[in-house]
Design a protein around this ligand. Structure first.
Ligand code: NAD
Ligand code: UD1
Length: 337
């Protein structure tokens, strides 16, 4: 039996593949490399000393899925494949809905006809929208998303919920990730982003590498202790390991379940910069700019459900996250593309 990992060449998917392989679980990777490089697969093979099954194709390709499900004995699908840029989604909403939403529908349909019944979906804390009380708890209502990317995740959660209702032999888990950062401690695997980053830590790393002049801090007048926004950062390896907990817990799951995957701890932009400077020895120049549209002052996860039911909680602190991320950038200053 093997796990199909869609998007397994991407940032979170590749780290999860590593953890699955570490625990002797067989993996089939499906990725169209629209936001990844084949070199990630080579790196995975190098770290694990294993030959991987990698299929370069699109999740919307039914023929590919049919053949794949026929050829390999798949017990569970971990579905990471998606387009994930909030900004791009505002300019190309149809692309985001067709790739993320239609792609997931096709995947579920083909799983159903191949009699594969276990589904683990990468959702996002953004589904809580702009009005949700903090900390975010799985029982909070979801909605009021502000961009097509987040709405695509929201729609997929509703689709999975409704689909499982009428297919009771199905088990599906949506994991609402908070802010994943960091890299594998070897420095061989990390977030292989291209272009100017949108997210805070990859941007800081580019400033430290001298590629970007300074960081723009979006807002210093939030109602937070230092005026800058606070986030719940989570080490990508903790996140990857959490998928193993979900896998082990699947036999106990009935129907559709949702879990927050965060650390439950918050750090402000200024705190993150200070820690980064301490670890890297680099000075990060910054300038205050107006708030970024759609940004919230502060949010973090209520992590009790994942802890109580899955026995999972984040173990690595912000220093480890930043140390491992910086190690990845030092070793791969040009990325892998
Ligand atoms: P990523 O872009 O690094 O990985 C996604 C992978 O999916 C890429 O390798 C890409 O090539 C592949 N892909 C995209 N569309 C595809 C398609 N139609 N067919 C086949 N492959 C396809 O992103 P990531 O950061 O690893 O995110 C993984 C998942 O987690 C995504 O679903 C994302 O929405 C979700 N998520 C990410 C974050 C984050 O901050 N990184 C936060 C919350 C949720
Ligand atoms: C963003 C995404 C979210 C995704 C998450 C993790 C948005 C609106 N949301 O959330 O969907 O799940 O990343 O990948 O993009 N900041 C700066 N300067 C920068 C970059 C960021 O000041 O150059 C600030 C932001 O205003 C924010 C904080 O740093 O307050 C964290 O930003 P970011 O890393 O982009 O994460 P989120 O905004 O939480």
């Amino acid at each position: 039996m093997a796990i199909l990992v869609t998007g397994g060449a991407g940032y979170i998917g590749s780290h999860t593949v590593l953890i699955l392989l570490k625990y002797g679980i067989e993996v089939v990777i499906l990725d169209n490399l629209c936001n990844a490089s084949h070199k990630i697969i080579n790196r995975l093979e190098k770290i694990t000393n294993k030959k991987l099954i990698f299929i370069e194709n699109n999740i919307v390709n039914r023929i590919c899925l049919k053949n794949l499900f026929k050829k390999y004995d798949i017990s569970t699908v971990m579905h990471f494949a998606a387009l994930k840029s909030i900004n791009d989604s505002l300019h190309q909403p149809l692309l985001y809905y067709s790739n993320n939403v239609t792609g997931t529908i096709i995947l579920l349909e083909e799983m159903l006809s191949a009699n594969i019944r276990n589904f683990i979906f990468s959702s996002s804390a953004t589904v809580y929208g702009i009005d949700s009380p903090i900390p975010y708890c799985e029982t909070n209502s979801i909605g009021h998303t502000t961009n097509p990317y987040s709405t695509s995740k929201l729609m997929i959660e509703f689709i999975i919920r409704d689909f499982v209702k009428v297919n009771p032999s199905f088990k599906a888990v949506a994991l609402r990730y908070f802010n994943p950062v960091g890299a594998h401690e070897s420095g061989e695997l990390g977030e292989n982003s291209t272009g100017v980053p949108n997210n805070l830590l990859p941007y800081i790393a580019q400033v430290a590498l001298g590629r970007l002049k300074k960081l723009n801090i979006f807002g210093n007048n939030y109602n937070t202790p230092d005026g800058t926004a606070q986030r719940d950062y989570l080490h990508v390896i903790d996140l990857a390991e959490g998928h193993l907990n979900v896998l082990n817990h699947l036999p106990k799951i009935k129907g559709y379940k949702v879990y927050n995957f965060g650390s439950g701890k918050i750090f402000s932009v200024l705190e993150v910069i200070k820690i980064f400077e301490k670890i890297s020895g680099k000075k990060i120049l910054f300038e205050y700019k107006p708030r970024r549209e759609g940004d919230l002052p502060s949010f973090w996860a209520d992590t009790s459900l994942a802890k109580n039911e899955l026995g999972w909680q984040a173990k690595r602190d912000i220093y480890t996250m930043i140390r491992d991320m910086w190690n990845w950038y030092i070793k791969n200053p040009n990325g892998l593309n």
